[in-house]
Design a protein around this ligand. Structure first.
Ligand SMILES: CSCC[C@H](NC=O)C(=O)N[C@@H](Cc1ccccc1)C(=O)O
Length: 711
């Protein structure tokens, strides 16, 4: 079959539909060990997946369970134990530690009104269903990764979760008296609950993806008494989240923003800070209940940095650094810890090792950290699979999600080998996924030319992932789509990437560039970029593209640049700084003008730091600094642009407000550069609603085909 860019849009849509049907793995839980009548052991594995449903225009969530027979150190037999079941309305769910009960926070619409319930399930019965909305102890429950949690106490008598603080009902000064309740009691209640003149008070929220989440509070349900209470004792200036029960259920440990680990005692209400004031995340209690590991990095500076793995000893109250920041990749290949979140369960059963899935250059590997020795061993660095994500580890049974650019997510499991024998790990595939034989991929390394070396951080290399259609006709030159990632401090690892896979199947080569400043390459690489954004990163992408073109086999007259957010910033810079080199450009929610974004984004510190200035909450930039921000922006190069640009913007983007894209649109229109703008209502920064993503893909594909002259 010839390449799809010679085909009708309907055929491209059908290719996208087929590939978008590969589900992604979201979660796995291992149930308690059951001993059979013959002495064998087995465990149930519960998994949650999500899949795009193009007809219903939503991501559907479903679960599938598996049975695994084992001998505590190896898997003897495993099999699915039923079909998939769709999950509806569950915001959070968690099995109790013994596995006897399950708690669910459910959202449903009753007579057109959204209500939230907290349910307890036991055996085959829903034994409790509390209408949290009617209880009015707090606002909506937080279900996000930043703050949200649903945690059983060790005693299985209480549940802990995070919700929005209850706000008093605001009422107009001019509310007519006849709508008030006549009874004296109701009047008294109203006087206590309603406030006048506060109807239009602004409540700042936590921004993109956390819209309307403003003041989180820790809430506890006493299951027996069906009583919900909001924990007291936490200072007003601390926003709690990621909470869990302390050993003995004496209190609650949580991350408090600003940023530290805290403990609030349930009896005294006393709240203590357990760690220094730095950015702390993912605290995880060891199975022996003696230690807490957590990730930590500096509060200011680049948003994603190399983390430390720290440990707090519950009994000695001492904190130690287990794995420190890594400035440059080490001889043994370890490049540092860049995970943004640890798996909910990450400890080995002997409480001696911690498992972390983590970007290591352009791969995502599974690392084992020995907490006494501080050593880091990779379980996966030698494998052909590009990306390994730990879903859970329970009694040393690891459940992971694997994928590669030519292989959608699959489910595997293995027992963690003894200390020192980690390399002998033996993976069993529980749920296979179809390898895409028509896609080939490789990781390329680039050394910037001497004139582009960073004098403050010399000798830094960078990488790119190259995807190619496996079969090409003799002498045929591949059109190339270049994609630098966003962030800029993030990384594209060798995972299953839907749009790249479809482009590749259509006959395009795809180059995904991890320029200097990406995470996964050491802290020095990250620090080399702030102040040089718009130059170093731009030159790295251009150098990677020109190097790849020199390899031969690519059509240098058909190179497209496609990027989102900071990747869109780079795309727009590249078409301005290298006029005519790129035949076509696509930018999703691009950063266009740092000086105007400063006052409108939810993360103004990003603009200050990436422009090369120190940030403080009371920062006041002068005219020179604001001028420099404009100089570092793609808008500055708009007069040079010749390349047709497709802009895809999210109306509700709080990170890079769509006015940024509009600024560029107007500037290009004024200069008669072909520009098309797609405006996605109800979408935020990621443009990830199912219809926005699929429509975006089709428009991008057709825009590229049209301007490559292939239509
Ligand atoms: C003021 S917005 C700057 C760009 C944005 N960075 C942070 O949010 C960005 O490029 N976002 C990326 C995704 C991303 C987010 C956070 C950390 C790394 C990457 C994008 O939307 O692709």
């Amino acid at each position: 079959k010839d390449f799809y860019f010679e085909e009708e849009p309907d055929e491209i849509a059908s290719l996208f539909r087929d590939q978008s049907a590969h589900p992604s793995l979201k979660r796995a839980d291992v149930g308690p060990v059951i001993t059979t009548q013959y002495g064998g052991k087995c465990s149930n594995i519960y998994t949650e997946w999500s899949q795009r449903d193009l007809e219903r225009n939503e991501q559907v969530k479903f679960c599938r369970q598996y049975i695994v027979f084992h001998d505590d150190s190896s898997v003897v037999f495993s099999s699915p134990s039923g079909n998939c079941t769709e999950i509806k309305g569950e915001l959070l769910s968690r099995d109790s530690p013994s596995g006897d009960m399950k708690a669910v926070v459910r959202q449903c619409s009753i007579k057109g009104e959204e209500k939230q319930f907290l349910e307890i399930w036991q055996k085959n019965t829903k034994v409790k269903s509390l209408n949290l909305t009617a209880l009015k102890k707090h606002g909506k429950v937080y279900e996000d990764d930043q703050f949200g949690c649903l945690v059983w106490s060790h005693s299985e008598t209480h549940l802990l979760y995070v919700a929005e603080k209850k706000r008093p009902k605001a009422e107009s000064f001019f509310k007519s008296p006849e709508s008030s309740s006549p009874s004296y009691e109701d009047e008294a209640l109203k006087a206590e609950e309603t406030v006048k003149g506060e109807e239009f008070v602004y409540y700042e929220d936590w921004g993109e993806t956390l819209v309307n989440k403003s003041t989180p509070v820790l809430c506890v349900l006493d299951i027996e008494g069906s009583n919900v209470s909001v924990l007291e004792g936490i200072p007003d200036e601390v926003s709690p989240g990621q909470a869990f029960w302390a050993p003995g259920d004496t209190g609650v440990v949580f991350v408090g923003w600003w940023s530290s680990l805290f403990y609030v005692d349930l009896t005294s209400g006393k709240c203590d800070q357990l760690s220094d004031s730095s950015a702390v995340s993912s605290p995880r209690l060891s199975p022996d209940l003696c230690r807490i590991v957590y990730l930590e990095c500096g509060v200011y500076g680049p948003h994603q940095q190399c983390n430390r793995l720290c440990m707090y000893d519950w009994y000695t109250k001492k904190t130690s650094v287990i794995v420190d920041v890594v400035k440059r990749p080490r001889e043994d290949g370890f490049t540092g810890l860049y995970s943004t979140i640890l798996s909910p369960l990450c400890w080995s059963i002997d409480s001696q090792r911690v498992l972390i899935s983590c970007p290591q250059k352009s791969r995502q590997d599974l690392l084992v950290v020995d907490i006494s020795a501080g050593t880091v061993t990779s379980l996966t660095s030698k494998s052909d699979v590009g990306s390994w994500s730990l879903l859970t580890i329970h009694r040393d049974l690891m459940v992971v999600c694997c994928s590669s650019p030519n292989c959608p997510p699959s489910l595997r499991l293995a027992f963690l080998p003894e200390r020192g024998s980690e390399k002998e790990v033996c993976w069993v595939v529980l749920e296979e996924s179809p390898i895409q034989p028509d896609i080939s991929w490789q990781i390329l390394t680039f050394t910037p030319p001497p004139e582009q070396d960073n004098s403050q951080y010399p000798g830094l290399d960078f990488e790119a992932l190259l995807l190619k259609p496996k079969e090409t006709k003799d002498g045929e030159k591949l059109p190339l789509i270049v994609t630098p990632h966003g962030g800029p401090h993030s990384v594209i690892t060798a995972d299953w990437l839907l749009s790249s896979a479809v482009f590749c199947k259509m006959g395009f080569a795809v180059l995904l560039v991890n320029y200097r400043g990406s995470t996964g390459y050491g802290q020095d690489s990250i620090l080399s970029l702030p102040g040089n954004a718009g130059s170093q990163d731009v030159k790295d992408v251009q150098f990677a593209v020109e190097s790849v073109l020199k390899q031969g086999g690519f059509d240098k007259h058909r190179v497209a640049i496609v990027g989102g957010s900071h990747g869109g910033f780079l795309a727009c810079h590249l078409i301005g700084q290298y006029p005519g080199f790129y035949r076509v450009c696509v930018a999703r929610n691009p950063v266009i003008n740092l000086s105007t974004m400063l006052g409108s984004t939810d993360i103004p510190d990003w603009c200050v730091v990436e422009a090369g200035y120190d940030y403080g909450t009371d920062v006041m930039l002068d005219a020179v600094a604001v001028g420099k921000m404009l100089d570092k922006s793609p808008l500055r190069y708009a007069p040079q642009v010749k390349t047709p640009v497709l802009l895809t913007l999210g109306e509700d983007d709080r990170r890079v407000p769509p006015k940024q894209g509009i600024e560029y649109y107007r500037s290009l229109k004024a200069r008669q550069v072909p520009v098309r703008l797609l405006w996605y209502q109800g979408n935020n920064h990621s443009l990830s609603a199912v219809d926005a993503e699929s429509d975006g893909f089709m428009n991008i594909a057709l825009w590229i085909i049209q301007h490559f002259g292939l239509a």
